[in-house]
Design a protein around this ligand. Structure first.
Ligand code: FAD
Length: 386
């Protein structure tokens, strides 16, 4: 059985990012096997995230903007995002860019195979694929399917469908993506449209919902069609690409390090921010921390400030509780957050870069009644669990 220093199970966003950071670290000469069942040669998703300055994937950022538009309940208009840039990265560019960089390193192999089993053994992490078994000092697993079904937790979903459309008339402002547009029927959930313009006549228009139940496909399409008709003077349009996705929004505890030789990363590692679904930038941050720790200590677990993490997860749980029990309009919650604070502070808050005092100040701008009831409910459920 062939042995590697590291096996990366799943060569998607987290797996390839990890391989990229390893290839730039002191561990670049370690033997690494990346296994994915797909060739990753399709543009299967688009990532958006905010960032200050130049990030590791700057050469392949597809579009970036210094202002975003917001349409809420009591405020509509541009958001001043300070020195952040709102960036858009296409999946296919990401896969190709990283694979091209890794191809120059002889100790890194990429295999296309279905992983049937991953288990810990005294000799290392064992991976059985459709082609062969392998073993490694550490297996980094982004294929583990999270169940996220404990009834006492808040297990919601972010689900969305989008179209890249090409319009007859120029109708998109290329300088201003619409980050959140709540001018649509909310149906008691949190529903919004966003628009990422590629040029004056081409954009990704996406319908997004935060709730517990997926819609039937025609419902997303009806909502997209209705929005385009009502708010965009297209003169007619063609759909050139579609995107559909489901992201967990859950405060159920996940295990990043389930055993000695297996580390879960990406969505499988619980890297998704529960209250927003944003995963891309957290994954970059966590994996850089993980690689740094591996270089310095030989251990791949990333350092965690448990008290701060508990506090941030508590905030996420409270927001999910407001959402789940429909305690207040989420359109209004997001409007207050962005309109009563500096939008750049909200980005820092969501990135978990704020202090406890800054968090308390930001939380004082949401509707206090429903959030207090939600906080009490979350605390009660946590105490019951203990
Ligand atoms: C359509 C879409 C759009 C998104 N947009 C954003 C966004 O704008 N911003 C943001 O922050 N987050 C976004 N996300 C959320 C998140 O960033 C992505 O889901 C991201 O791809 C998660 O990375 P990952 O490595 O955990 O999973 P993936 O990228 O899905 O990688 C997992 C890999 O494992 C492989 N695999 C799974 N099972 C097996 C098996 N048994 N054998 C072999 N290989 C296997 C898969 O083929 C896949 O390549 C989006 C998600 C989707 C679905």
């Amino acid at each position: 059985m062939k042995r590697y220093d590291f096996i990366i199970a799943g060569g998607g966003m987290a797996g390839l990012s990890l391989a990229y950071y390893l290839s730039k670290s002191q561990l670049r000469d370690r033997s690494i096997l990346i296994i994915d069942r797909e060739p990753k040669n399709r543009n299967d998703r688009t990532w958006c995230y905010w960032e200050q300055g130049v990030g590791p994937f700057e050469p392949i950022v597809f579009r970036q903007w210094s202002t975003v538009e917001f349409f809420g309940t009591t405020y509509s208009g541009p958001l001043n995002i300070g020195d952040y840039r709102y960036k858009m990265l296409r999946g296919i560019d990401f896969y190709q860019y990283i694979k091209a960089q890794l191809a120059a390193i002889p100790t890194i192999e990429i295999k296309q195979a279905n992983i049937k089993r991953i288990k810990d053994t005294p000799q290392g992490g064992f991976v059985l694929t459709s082609q062969a078994p392998y073993i490694a000092d550490y297996v980094f697993d982004s294929t583990f399917p999270l169940k996220l079904n404990l009834p006492r937790q808040h297990n919601l979903l972010q689900h969305f469908k989008g179209w890249v459309i090409r319009t007859e008339k120029p109708c998109f402002d290329v300088q201003r993506p619409r980050m959140m547009d709540f001018r649509i029927e909310q149906e008691g959930d949190c529903r919004f449209l966003y628009i990422l313009p590629f040029d004056e006549r081409t954009a990704l228009v996406e319908y997004t919902i935060f709730n517990e139940t997926l819609l039937a496909e025609p419902e997303y399409e009806t909502a997209l069609r209705r929005y385009i008709e009502q708010y965009l003077d297209t003169g007619g349009y063609e759909i050139s690409e579609t995107e559909y996705g489901v992201i967990p929004m859950s405060d159920e505890p996940t295990m990043e390090s389930p055993s000695d030789h297996i580390i879960r990363i990406g969505t499988s590692g619980g890297y998704t921010k529960a209250s927003t679904g944003y995963t891309f930038q957290r994954t970059q941050r966590y994996l850089q921390q993980l690689v740094r720790n591996l270089e310095q200590t030989g251990k791949p677990q990333r350092p965690v400030n448990r008290l701060y993490q508990w506090f941030k997860m508590f905030q996420d749980s409270v927001l999910l509780n407001v959402l789940k029990y429909r305690r207040h309009s989420m359109a209004d919650v997001f409007t207050r957050l962005y309109a009563r604070n500096q939008p750049a502070d909200i980005f820092r808050f969501l990135d978990e870069d704020t202090s406890v005092w800054e968090d308390l100040r930001i939380m004082s701008t949401v509707p206090l009644g429903p959030f207090t009831v939600a906080a009490a409910d979350v605390l009660r459920k946590r105490l019951l669990r203990v």
